[in-house]
Design a protein. Structure first.
Lengths: 327, 287
């Protein structure tokens, strides 16, 4: 075989194998067309992408590519200094600790979750090939002390998902991947939702091809999970990506107060109705919140919007469970 | 939440420079990008191709600069801000993205900028009316002109903070305008508005820019508008974070503020709620 004369030539030969091309693109978190563009010179990878490309190759190929990159003066100090692909920047972790220390109660959850999810989206989907990240929380326990459903508290996405997923939030129950992960207190993923041959409870939402969920744990209790969806199949197989997800989930767990974590034996999730049924009911949400706030204003006992929302969500949970059991 | 004290914090952030404000500013950037039609919607493809070195002053947590770097790989974007918290935030976002064409550093835009003459093809300033006092504008524009290359573009965006049919919003805004006037952050003759918009062209003209153009846009957060809920969250949070400034400057008592905030949350959810923020972008070339 002729020796490749440049790193682009070598990459061309590596990705001539379609399966290998898909695998490498998936590992780096880019579209496979981007690899082709690197080969043709249409674009040049960023330092971090080159680093990830090297990590994605078998040793022999890695050494070869490394040499050719050096010849092309691309294996710069930047490459050596760039952070390893399975660690969160420590400066960022410190910022989250500081946010947790300095943010008042009423803004803590919002601040920590959004700060971490903003960072996680940039890190886990740097080329914006399509990812949604949602923070899912256990609803307060019902009168029998059992948690019956989960609710998507906040979420953010890269296209084709909208940037803010809060208005697409759903209740999730035993029928969902998040429900399974919370009930079992262990992470799980589904590599390709299109195949329909997975053994975990899950349903495919718009744009979603693969999914992964990681529980928020504290002192053997659980508060919910971090739910990730990708437009790509097998996106959550990479060990370095899974390691990052675990760390991001640990950081988000800091947004919860200890009393929001519940013992696993208190999780008794019900089946939640379909998305369409839920949205139909949610159409009344703003009206209910508004009425509650207006009543409290006239009664002279102010409740915050967050408090009003929490009451209405609990009313809606009750209605959804009734709907589910009656149907 | 602390108090508003520029002498201590060494910045004029009226909402503070906390983590919450960092997150809030990133989301506010997204709202403005949407309402303005993009990151640089008024610039032609030809102009964009000529922008290689870009400076964003008072960049906050870097929302605009990061998006520009992501969208235009040929641009090298530098963001400066007086707040070390914001710069740390921005750098963390840049590292997470793996972007090697954006960097952030601490810089006080009320002092001479730490860049050589003619360093940038595009110099951008967005909503700086909220973060530096009025007398600092003319010398800042002299500095922005100095660091812009001949033929390069200077671009400035400012907003008038909304007209609504909410009593609580209008009352809180009146308090904000009074407080801004006391703190030296408003341009208007009588304190009835921020008053930045008519100044933008003048700032550019006074430093010799040519081909000055303007582009208006608006953010509609009325009931039923696509940006209603993002605008709702942005503004209710902004007022919440503003409490130390408004109370600290002495324009409103804590209890009155709390009641207004409560009423605001309700009024902005009414079916007939109407609200619009006007934004103007002006840009011109350095000869």
């Amino acid at each position: 075989m002729e020796k490749p004369s440049s790193w682009r030539d070598l990459l061309k030969s590596i990705i001539s194998d379609h399966v290998e091309r898909e695998r490498i693109a998936n590992e780096i978190g880019i579209r496979s067309i981007t690899l082709t563009r690197w080969v043709t010179g249409e674009s040049t990878p960023r330092a971090q992408n080159l680093n990830q490309l090297l990590h994605a190759l078998p040793k022999q190929r890695r050494d070869q590519l490394s040499l050719l990159l050096e010849e092309a003066h691309l294996n710069s100090d930047d490459l050596v200094e760039s952070e390893t692909s399975d660690e969160i920047d420590y400066q960022f972790i410190r910022q989250v600790f500081e946010a947790r220390t300095m943010t008042p109660d009423n803004l803590l959850f919002w601040t920590v979750c959004r700060k971490v999810v903003q960072n996680a989206l940039r890190r886990l989907d740097p080329e914006r090939i399509g990812m949604a990240i949602t923070v899912v929380q256990c609803m307060p326990a019902s009168s029998d002390g059992k948690v019956r459903s989960l609710r998507e508290r906040m979420g953010m996405g890269t296209p084709p998902w909208p940037g803010d997923l809060e208005h697409k939030a759903l209740f999730l129950g035993a029928e969902s991947l998040a429900g399974y992960v919370v009930a079992n207190c262990r992470p799980e993923g589904i590599d390709d939702l299109r195949e329909g041959a997975y053994f975990l409870p899950a349903y495919q939402t718009e744009y979603e091809v693969s999914a992964f969920a990681y529980p928020f744990l504290y002192a053997t209790r659980v508060a919910g999970c971090l739910l990730l969806s990708s437009t790509q199949p097998n996106y959550f197989l990479s060990p370095s990506r899974l390691s990052l997800i675990a760390d991001y989930a640990q950081l988000i767990a800091l947004a919860f107060t200890p009393d929001q974590f519940v013992l696993p034996e208190h999780i008794e999730l019900r089946l939640m109705p379909t998305i369409a049924q839920q949205y139909e009911l949610f159409a009344t949400f703003q009206q209910r919140v508004k009425e509650l706030m207006r009543e409290s204003l006239y009664a002279g006992r102010l409740i915050t919007r967050t408090e009003a929302e929490q009451i209405v969500w609990q009313q809606l949970e009750e209605a959804l469970i009734r709907l589910s059991t009656s149907g | 939440m602390g108090t508003y004290d520029p002498a201590r914090t060494k910045n004029w952030y009226i909402l503070g420079d906390s983590s919450t404000e960092g997150v809030h500013l990133i989301e506010q950037d997204v709202n403005f990008n949407t309402s303005m039609g993009g990151l640089l919607p008024e610039q032609s493809q030809e102009s964009l191709a000529h922008f290689h070195d870009v400076l964003d002053v008072a960049c906050g947590p870097g929302g605009w600069a990061l998006e520009v770097a992501q969208a235009h790989a040929h641009m090298q974007v530098t963001g400066i801000d007086i707040s070390s918290n914001m710069i740390e935030y921005a750098n963390a976002q840049a590292r997470a993205s793996g972007l090697d064409n954006v960097s952030f550093k601490i810089g006080n835009i009320t002092e001479p900028l730490d860049f050589p003459d003619a360093s940038f093809d595009l110099v951008n300033a967005r909503h700086i009316e909220e973060v530096i006092p009025v007398p600092a504008f003319p010398p800042l524009f002299q500095e922005l002109s100095r660091v812009t290359r001949p033929g390069g573009t200077m671009r400035i965006t400012g907003s008038e903070w909304g007209v609504t049919n909410s009593f609580a919003y209008e009352t809180l805004m009146r308090h904000l305008l009074r407080a801004s006037r006391i703190a030296g952050l408003d341009f208007s003759a009588d304190g009835r508005n921020i008053g930045i918009a008519p100044w933008l062209r003048r700032f550019l003209r006074d430093v010799g820019c040519v081909n000055i153009q303007e582009r208006p846009s608006f953010l509609d957060f009325s009931a039923g508008a696509p940006q209603q809920m993002s605008g709702y969250r942005d503004l209710t949070l902004a007022f919440e974070l503003m409490q130390p400034f408004l109370v600290g400057v002495g324009v409103v008592a804590p209890q009155e503020f709390e009641e207004l905030q409560q009423r605001l949350a309700l009024e902005m959810l009414e079916d007939n709620f109407c609200g619009i923020v006007y934004t103007l972008t002006a840009w011109g070339q350095k000869p």
